[in-house]
Design a protein around this ligand. Structure first.
Ligand code: IFP
Ligand code: MG
Length: 213
């Protein structure tokens, strides 16, 4: 990826909404509202015991993909490489316990986005040849991911930024609007948000509180 496309991608990561049916009571309405109010990237992350699967999951993915296309916002799928390929998603995000980034990149090809969750400098350097961006967290206590791991603040974001000045970085985990300036100052290009938007009584207002930063 050229440094120009890295910069374009980094800007697109500014307000990265990550959501699935178990995070929001009405996922389609929530995503449409968030897209209308300033989200710059969306990830369909369908996890948990009541998560959709099979044809229902694909149908939901296609619906959300349509809304993202209308809003000109990248549509990323979490974990599910086959689904991402089947519906020609804009990219995929994988964690350390998913298919290795090298294999995902081989399946995905060079033109799709690949994001990788990382927790150590070793995981960063392993992801580097294949990933377009890295997700680092949890920065704060999170309710959205039961196996999120230890709360780490922005220590790793700062370290990764020092070693890889151009690598697109998004911070995730328990992020509220008042956290954002420090996360960006410490080297992230953007923040990924789940419950601060998905669980908000007013999704439009909650999204705007992030989007204006
Ligand atoms: C576990 C995750 C960590 N980071 C990200 C992202 F913000 F997109 F980088 N998404 C995830 N699903
Ligand atoms: Mg995963």
């Amino acid at each position: 990826m050229t440094s120009c496309t890295k910069q374009v991608l980094a800007k697109q990561l500014r307000l990265y909404f990550v959501c699935g049916t178990t995070d929001a009571s009405d996922l389609v309405t929530t995503v449409k509202t968030a897209l209308r109010c300033g989200v710059t990237c969306f990830q369909f992350r369908e996890k948990g015991k009541d998560a959709l699967y099979g044809d229902e999951k694909e149908a939901m993915a296609r619906t959300l993909q349509h809304e993202c296309r209308e809003a000109k916002v990248p549509f990323i799928i979490n974990d599910d490489v086959e689904l991402a390929l089947a519906i020609d998603a804009d990219g995929i995000h994988v964690g350390q316990d998913d298919l290795p980034a090298k294999q995902v990149r081989e399946r995905l090809g060079p033109d799709k986005w690949l994001g990788v969750s990382v927790h150590t400098m070793e995981e960063v350097s392993a992801a580097l040849p294949f990933a377009d961006y890295v997700g680092i967290g949890p920065i704060h206590e999170t309710r959205s991911k039961l196996d999120a791991g230890i709360v780490r603040g922005t220590e790793l974001i700062q370290q990764v930024r020092r070693h890889y000045p151009l690598l697109p970085i998004v911070g995730i985990g328990g992020i509220r609007p008042d956290h954002v300036p420090a996360i960006i100052d410490d080297g992230a290009d953007g923040v990924a948000v789940i419950s601060a938007i998905a669980s908000a009584p007013d999704v439009a207002e909650a999204t705007r509180r992030f989007a204006c930063l």
